[in-house]
Design a binder for this molecule. Structure first.
Ligand SMILES: Cc1cc2nc3c(=O)[nH]c(=O)nc-3n(C[C@H](O)[C@H](O)[C@H](O)COP(=O)(O)OP(=O)(O)OC[C@H]3O[C@@H](n4cnc5c(N)ncnc54)[C@H](O)[C@@H]3O)c2cc1C
Length: 384
């Protein structure tokens, strides 16, 4: 067994660590307060190639593999989660459908622009009546000659307001639904009938917007079906394979945040004096630190192993769900302990712990709730 991280990925990890400390962390509070991501910082992300992490070199990306991506997201998540969200959504769920199932023409047209950061992408699956039950979508795409006419509403779409293209999942056959009746489309901003609705007001992740997308007789050519005509009706599979991969990178993001919270908690516990000594010397505080560190260690091993398996082209449906479930639940336990260790200061907006507390709560909900991850794991364990 070799537990060494390859040299090229270590260099990448160091670069991201420096970027986080020098450029992102100093403005993390401003992004939170203004609920806005400055364009200058997005430009720096472009220059570092961060929008092409998951896109192969032949399409202009870095193609650093799943383990590499996880290491980058782990580092990026040690600051405001909005930075990771901007990069991760475009690199991840927004564009992976095109990479996995797109035609060569679609890959050539879209992936280089996404990899360079010129274009941002988003992923539009969820609807008011279809969250966990994603197969229950109501949005329709009716065939009309050489085109499809899209009608319906998507909600909770990350990056929806800044996206130049959207991967949109719609019903092409109401009878067949997930069994051949759902199709994935690429829809470009500016297509008549496609507009951004309300920007949702949320608990956290300020600086990263989540929106409604409205489709009102939006006409797209058959060429906009991801994978072209042969994949009409096969879009549910595309959507699920996109989400499988996202589960690992989301696990990495939860892990990075948890590590940051442990580091902050150790530092604080060593300098905060009560009853004449640093609180780190009280056994109950030490126990919290020990439990946080132990869970982080366990999470890191499972994440890296699952990422490595995926890089060996192994199927990781069960492992990806285990990673998403464990890492996100673990990070919420860790942030709760961090608030406890910081005492009243942990509840104040002047310290980042409070922001992490709100932001991390989302991780157990989106890209499949914890309950849905358990369903997937149980299904995988009991299938013949
Ligand atoms: C900030 C944010 C960003 C998002 N970004 C995107 C995005 O970019 N693209 C996109 O398509 N979606 C996005 N989503 C949607 C997200 O994926 C859904 O919110 C999530 O899948 C849960 O669906 P729901 O909110 O409808 O909850 P529901 O499905 O209504 O679930 C409510 C509760 O019931 C439980 N439950 C449901 N079904 C079962 C079951 N069979 N067994 C056990 N328990 C069950 C759930 O686990 C949960 O606890 C985002 C959501 C948020 C909050």
């Amino acid at each position: 067994m070799d537990f060494e991280i390859p040299e090229n990925l270590r260099i990448m990890q160091d670069t991201i660590r420096r970027f986080v400390n020098q450029d992102l962390e100093p403005i993390s509070q401003k992004v939170e307060e203004e609920d806005h991501m400055p364009e200058e910082i997005v430009q720096q992300m472009r220059e570092l190639g961060l929008f092409g992490l998951s896109i192969p070199e032949e399409y202009g990306g870095l193609g650093i593999g799943t383990l590499g991506e996880c290491l980058v997201y782990e580092e990026l998540s040690k600051t405001n989660a909005a930075f990771r969200s901007r990069i991760g959504t475009s690199n991840g769920i927004g564009s992976m459908g095109i990479l996995f199932d797109g035609t060569e023409e679609q890959k050539q047209k879209y992936l280089p622009r996404i990899a360079s950061g010129e274009w941002t992408s988003c992923f539009a699956l969820s609807e008011p009546e279809a969250g966990s039950d994603a197969g229950n979508i109501k949005m329709t795409a009716d065939r009309d000659g050489d085109s499809f006419v899209l009608n319906g509403l998507k909600h909770f779409i990350t990056n929806g307001d800044v996206a130049d293209i959207a991967t949109v999942i719609a019903l092409t056959d109401k009878e067949k639904k997930t069994r051949g009746g759902i199709t994935a489309f690429v829809v470009e901003k500016g297509t008549p009938g496609f507009s951004v609705g309300t920007i949702e007001r949320k608990m956290g992740l300020r600086g990263s917007h989540t929106c409604e997308l409205i489709f009102d007789n939006c006409r797209v050519a058959v060429e906009q079906v991801i994978g072209g005509a042969p994949l009409i009706g096969q879009g549910f599979k595309t959507a699920m394979s996109v989400l499988d991969k996202g589960r690992l990178t989301l696990g990495a993001s939860a892990l990075g945040a948890a590590q940051k919270l442990l580091d902050l908690s150790i530092e604080y516990a060593k300098q905060r004096v009560q009853f004449g000594k640093p609180i780190a010397q009280f056994q109950s505080v030490g126990n919290m630190l020990a439990d946080m560190a132990t869970e982080i260690y366990a999470a890191r091993q499972m994440l890296y192993h699952a990422a490595w398996l995926r890089d060996q082209d192994k199927k990781v449906i069960r492992e990806a769900s285990m990673v998403k479930l464990f890492c996100t639940e673990m990070a919420c336990r860790v942030v709760d302990s961090a608030v406890q260790i910081f005492g009243g200061m942990g509840y104040m907006k002047d310290f980042p712990v409070e922001r992490f507390y709100r932001d991390l709560r989302l991780y157990r909900l989106y890209e499949g709730t914890s309950e849905i991850q358990r369903l997937v794991i149980a299904r995988e364990l009991t299938k013949d």
